[in-house]
Design a protein around this ligand. Structure first.
Ligand code: C2E
Ligand code: MG
Ligand code: MG
Ligand code: MG
Length: 272
């Protein structure tokens, strides 16, 4: 009996210790384990042409459900991965998974583009473009199948970054500035960093309701994009009224948002 009792104490002690260890582990460490243990998956949010709402592509978005079954916000775990220096592993995971899940569908649809979110450190890594090229070649796909979204906050102007973006574009990838309008936006910034398109942040959607000063900023961003010959993707459209507003403002824009579709799993992306 004493032995069993001792064993129980030992077990519960071990259990308490492992709970403690789990709690005290950094988000980054947990995320690394999550990658190995199948807790990460990708969902795809359709991107449509605003004028006819035809699906022209999709954005790959990571989802992490932790060991207790709770979803962890990508904004939180992505910045942890960036700070702890393994965003590169995450990005490669996403590239591999996208090609695994969507390869055959993408081969049938050469005009369809999946965009993935990347950090500045990814594209500054000299091994990244060769990696992407090799994976695409294995999947018998061209560079046009994968576009790259760079968040504005990570694009602090640098000559290196400009060169890296140029190499990606020369290789045939479309490059997008994500969440445009939130940080360093300026005409000179955009004209120095040559990209294909900007994604206009969804904060402008709220502004349409508030009648605040952003109301006048969206038209200026659109005008600026036109001058620079950049395509536009409007993010976060939830209501018909917002779609109508942007259709008038930017008839050729692409759009993304819950009005058209929430992010869906790979199997449902081309389901209809
Ligand atoms: P993002 O790249 O700007 O992605 C768009 C975000 O807006 C997504 O949030 C999407 O679910 C959300 N969204 C789309 N339409 C609507 C809408 O109509 N209304 C509202 N309220 N939200 C909408 P999510 O999935 O939570 O991702 C947040 C951010 O985390 C992303 O912002 C991106 O910066 C980052 N992220 C997600 N997956 C990855 C990834 O694989 N790699 C990297 N580096 N970052 C990622
Ligand atoms: Mg994005
Ligand atoms: Mg965005
Ligand atoms: Mg965002």
């Amino acid at each position: 009996e004493f032995g069993v009792f001792g064993l129980l104490i030992g077990l519960s002690g071990g259990f308490a210790a492992s709970v403690f260890i789990t709690r005290s582990k950094s988000l980054g460490k947990q995320l690394r384990m999550a990658m190995r243990s199948g807790q990460l998956k990708i969902v795809y949010q359709p991107i449509v042409r605003l004028s006819d709402r035809r699906q022209v592509g999709a954005e790959a978005l990571l989802r992490w459900t932790d060991a207790t079954g709770k979803p962890v916000s990508p904004d939180a775990f992505i910045s942890a991965a960036e700070h702890e220096g393994f965003i590169g592993q995450i990005t490669r995971f996403v590239v591999n998974r996208v090609l695994e899940e969507l390869g055959p569908e993408l081969r049938r649809r050469p005009a369809f583009q999946v965009t993935i979110n990347v950090a500045a450190s990814d594209i500054l890594d000299n091994a990244f473009l060769p990696f992407l090229g090799a994976r695409l070649q294995e999947a018998a796909l061209s560079a046009g199948s994968i576009g790259l979204e760079l968040t504005e906050r990570t694009t602090a102007n640098s000559r290196e970054l400009g060169k890296a973006i140029a190499r990606l574009r020369e290789a045939g990838h479309k490059v997008y500035i994500d969440d445009f309008g939130t940080d360093y936006s300026s005409l000179s910034y955009l004209s120095r960093l040559r990209v294909d398109a900007i994604k206009i942040n969804r904060t402008f959607m709220q502004a349409l309701h508030d009648q605040s000063e952003e109301d006048t900023i969206a038209p200026q961003i659109v005008a600026m994009a036109e001058v620079l010959g950049l395509n536009i993707v409007i993010e976060g459209i939830e209501e018909e009224q917002q779609a109508a507003y942007f259709l008038t403002l930017a008839p050729k824009a692409m759009a993304q948002g819950w009005l058209f579709s929430k992010p869906v799993e790979a199997g449902r992306l081309f389901a209809g």
